[in-house]
Design a protein around this ligand. Structure first.
Ligand code: ADP
Length: 252
């Protein structure tokens, strides 16, 4: 699904330079749930921007679904980002005057789907995050956790290859944060692939696999210490383990 090979990202700083990423290598298989964890300044945002096709490596290779990202021009890169990557941010970034349903329908405007098709798919996505009863609510009428669930539905509605989540629980209390992580595990059990960035090790260990970044380098890459307990008998377990090779979740 994703292969990152000896990726560097170097920023010029006056006469010298900063290696925000210094030769990072890892792969993410379809159906995996990976947390990238590290302290402030360790290179998490830089790596997330590269994974999300918002930025390019200074050196190294990034292959997404068989596509050599560094060979793409800017338009093709933007197209790949729009079609194949779903983003979830710490600040939910919903449009305040629109209902949950319309927020989720919005990314499908250029999808070629009929109005009815868009509506059906948005309702399915909202159902997948447990918001069937909230589709006509505006963001201000929803709790923080519910707003983040709308944002997740919006990120998934175009059926991306991968969901990138940047500190997705950072603005939530611990209970709402747990719920979001539970939804991620359910989505992974249904075949989604998720990469989550966080500075918080306790959040990171709720993923299946944790990659630790320090000073732009990977210092460990291993199964979460909570695995397999969390994945086989947790409150959100849906019976499947979301093994590799799964398709992006289907909503209809
Ligand atoms: P994190 O997200 O883990 O806090 P970042 O990826 O933002 O880390 O930053 C990694 C390193 O790269 C830091 O030392 C930061 O100062 C540096 N850096 C990030 N962006 C830039 C930039 N645009 N110009 C110069 N240095 C940068």
């Amino acid at each position: 699904m994703i292969a990152i090979r000896d990726v560097w990202r170097t920023y010029p700083m006056g006469p010298s330079r900063v290696d925000a990423l210094g030769g990072v290598t890892f792969s993410v298989a379809a159906g995996d749930f990976v947390a990238i964890c590290g302290p402030s300044g360790s290179g998490k945002s830089t790596l997330m921007n590269i994974l999300g096709c918002l930025d390019r490596p200074t050196a190294g290779r990034y292959v997404l679904e068989g596509i050599e990202v560094e060979t793409l021009d800017d338009d093709s890169l933007a197209g790949l980002r729009n079609r194949r990557i779903g983003f979830v941010f710490q600040t939910f970034n919903l449009l305040p005057r629109m209902s949950a349903l319309r927020n989720v329908e919005l990314p499908m405007i250029y999808s070629g789907l009929s109005r009815e098709g868009r509506r059906r798919r948005a309702l399915d996505a909202l159902a997948a995050v447990g918001l069937t009863g909230r589709t006509e609510h505006r963001p201000s009428e929803l709790s923080g956790g519910e707003q983040q669930r709308v944002a997740i539905a919006r990120a998934l509605v175009n059926r991306p290859a991968i969901l990138l989540a940047d500190e997705p629980t950072g603005n939530l209390d611990s209970k709402a944060g747990e719920e979001i992580l539970g939804i991620f595990r359910d989505l992974v059990a249904g075949g989604a692939t998720i990469v989550m960035v966080t500075h918080n090790p306790r959040i990171a260990e709720q993923a299946r696999r944790v990659i630790q970044l320090v000073d732009g380098q990977i210092v460990s890459d291993s199964a979460s210490p909570l695995t397999p307990a969390l994945w086989s008998c947790g409150p959100y377990s849906t019976g499947g383990e979301g093994k590799g090779g799964g398709e992006p979740r289907e909503f209809s």
